[in-house]
Every structure is written in structure tokens, then in C-alpha cells.
Design a protein around this ligand. Structure first.
Ligand SMILES: C[S@@+](CC[C@H](N)C(=O)[O-])C[C@H]1O[C@@H](n2cnc3c(N)ncnc32)[C@H](O)[C@@H]1O
Length: 274
């Protein structure tokens, strides 16, 4: 059950956050909003969430305290080989198909958290032994997550679905953790960015495939639409979009639905062409 807060709901802050991150905190998520932002307002010496709203309104989104707010309001839970049906779809269909194009293939993991999804794609790329280069970009709103992604150092918890053979092949043990090997890092790039402005951050028709899972679940309807539009603009014609069950498109004139695996992964194609 949701906990009830004694304070009035911070409508203005909720609106500002939704506009800048896509993430919508309604009254039923007030407790979460407060528990995420109270430590931050204390650190900044601000008296209330209202005063944080005022400060954010006056601050460009690349200046403090925006990065701290992005880190605070996002949820970065991720792990290697998350959602096996989706992994199999990538492994059996998308990667081999893209592997036949004979040119560099470019993937985006949109909302990559601390990098597990990106490196999972990179491991699949290694296993597939494709004849042409495959580049994989990871982008996330949280600066902290991008730092962790670049570090590539993971706990046992992140590797809970990685079998022993893959651990040996793709990770180096380091104290009580596992560091992703250099060979897996080839062609992998990370960039802090906002999916709401992806159209400004990457050239049009840049990606062959975009993977976005467990990201827009708490986005406002408007923000979801904007993100899907940006995916459309950023994909090449015939490019594929792989969404999790929290992301599915109710209906779309732009993407053609291709397939669904176990109700958890949904594959779409831009313009329905290959
Ligand atoms: C729960 S994680 C999912 C990670 C990974 N896709 C997976 O399925 O394991 C959601 C990620 O989306 C990111 N995110 C949320 N809003 C975003 C936005 N507007 N732009 C870019 N990333 C965002 C969060 O920072 C978080 O790391």
C-alpha cells in the first residue's frame, strides 16, 4: 500500500519534473517523490520542495541541481541478460538479420542504466561472430549511471543470470566484483542524454536498432509519445525497435508491429521495410 504524506502535494515540482524527465509523479507517488528529494533539498540547504521547484525553474537543465535531481528521481535497477525471451529475440532474429547488411550496424540502448543492457548486447555481438562491425551506444538521463557504465565493474547481483562460461569469457574478476573485458568494450559508447531530446542529440536515421525496456513505465502519456517519435526519427528506414512490456505502443501509424515474445518483449519495424 502507498504511504500517505502529511504535506500538500507538490504540484508545481511534479509538473517541472515531468516536463524535464518524462517521469510523472502523481499524488499516489508523493511518498516516493519526497523520499527521493528530501535528502537532496537538505544537501542544497533548501527549506522545501516548493523552493526546489523555484530553483529548478530558474536553472538550465545542464546546471546544478539538475544532474543531482536526475540521479535522485530515476530508478536504475538492471542486470545482465535481463528478460531472456527478449535476449533470445535479439540473438536469433535481430542480430543475424542486421549482420547481413554488410556495413557497420549501430544499436542504441535507450535508458541503459549502469550499462548491463549495453554490455549484454556486446556479448551477444561477440557470440554471433558477425562479419561487420556493430557499434552499441548507451544513453541514460542519470550522470551517475553513465559513470558506472563507463567503469564496467559489476557485483554478483548484476551477474546473477550469467553462466560460468560467459563469466570467464567476458569478465575479469576484481576483488569482490567483475570487470567487463576490453574485447567486449570495443565499439561501445556511453553518453548522458535525455530521451525527450534524442532528436537533438543524434542525427536523423542514425540507428539500425533501438532497445528500450523498463524505462517509460512511469512517464506521462505526452512524454511517452515524444520518446516514441524520437525513436522513429532516430531509426533508419527498416530499423527495428525493441520494447519491454511497459513500453508497448497501443497503436502506431509509424511503426509496424512484428512480433511479441512471452508478452514481455515487442518488436516493431520502422516503415515496415527491411
Ligand atoms: C529501470 S532502468 C532500466 C535499465 C535497462 N533498460 C534494463 O531494462 O535493464 C531505467 C533507466 O531509464 C533511465 N531514464 C529515465 N528517464 C529517462 C530519460 N528521460 N532519458 C534517458 N534515460 C532515462 C533511468 O535513469 C534508468 O537508468
Amino acid at each position: 500500500m502507498n504511504k500517505v504524506s502529511a504535506s500538500p502535494f507538490p504540484h508545481r515540482l511534479s509538473r517541472i519534473l515531468s516536463e524535464h524527465t518524462g517521469i510523472y509523479h502523481g499524488e499516489e507517488r508523493q511518498y516516493l517523490l519526497e523520499s527521493r528529494l528530501f535528502p537532496l533539498i537538505r544537501n542544497f540547504g533548501l527549506p522545501s520542495l516548493e523552493s526546489l521547484a523555484t530553483l529548478l525553474e530558474r536553472t538550465p537543465s545542464d546546471a546544478s541541481p539538475w544532474p543531482e535531481v536526475f540521479d535522485a528521481v530515476t530508478t536504475g535497477e538492471s542486470f545482465f541478460f535481463r528478460d531472456l525471451p527478449g535476449i533470445n529475440l535479439l540473438f536469433n532474429t535481430v542480430i543475424p538479420e542486421l549482420g547481413q547488411t554488410g556495413r557497420t550496424v549501430t544499436f542504441l540502448s535507450a535508458g541503459c542504466s549502469s550499462g548491463e543492457e549495453v554490455y549484454t548486447l556486446a556479448i551477444l555481438r561477440e557470440r554471433a561472430k558477425l562479419s561487420q562491425p556493430v557499434e552499441i551506444d548507451g544513453t541514460d538521463l542519470s550522470f551517475r549511471n553513465i559513470e558506472l557504465s563507463r567503469k564496467g565493474l559489476y557485483s554478483e547481483r548484476s551477474l546473477r543470470f550469467v553462466d560460468v562460461r560467459s563469466r570467464l569469457a567476458y569478465f575479469e574478476p576484481e576483488e569482490n566484483a567483475f570487470r567487463i573485458r576490453e574485447s567486449v568494450r570495443q565499439g561501445v559508447r556511453f553518453r548522458q542524454g535525455n530521451l525527450l531530446s534524442l532528436d537533438r542529440d543524434v542525427p536523423p536515421e542514425f540507428y539500425d536498432a533501438i532497445v528500450c525496456r523498463n524505462v517509460v513505465i512511469y512517464f506521462s502519456t505526452e512524454a511517452r509519445k515524444r520518446v516514441i517519435k524520437n525513436f522513429y526519427l532516430s531509426l533508419k528506414r527498416g530499423g527495428v525497435l525493441i520494447l519491454g512490456s511497459g513500453e508497448i505502443l497501443p497503436e502506431s501509424d509509424e511503426f509496424q508491429f512484428v512480433s511479441e515474445v512471452h508478452g514481455s518483449v515487442f518488436l516493431y519495424r520502422k516503415d515496415g521495410k527491411s
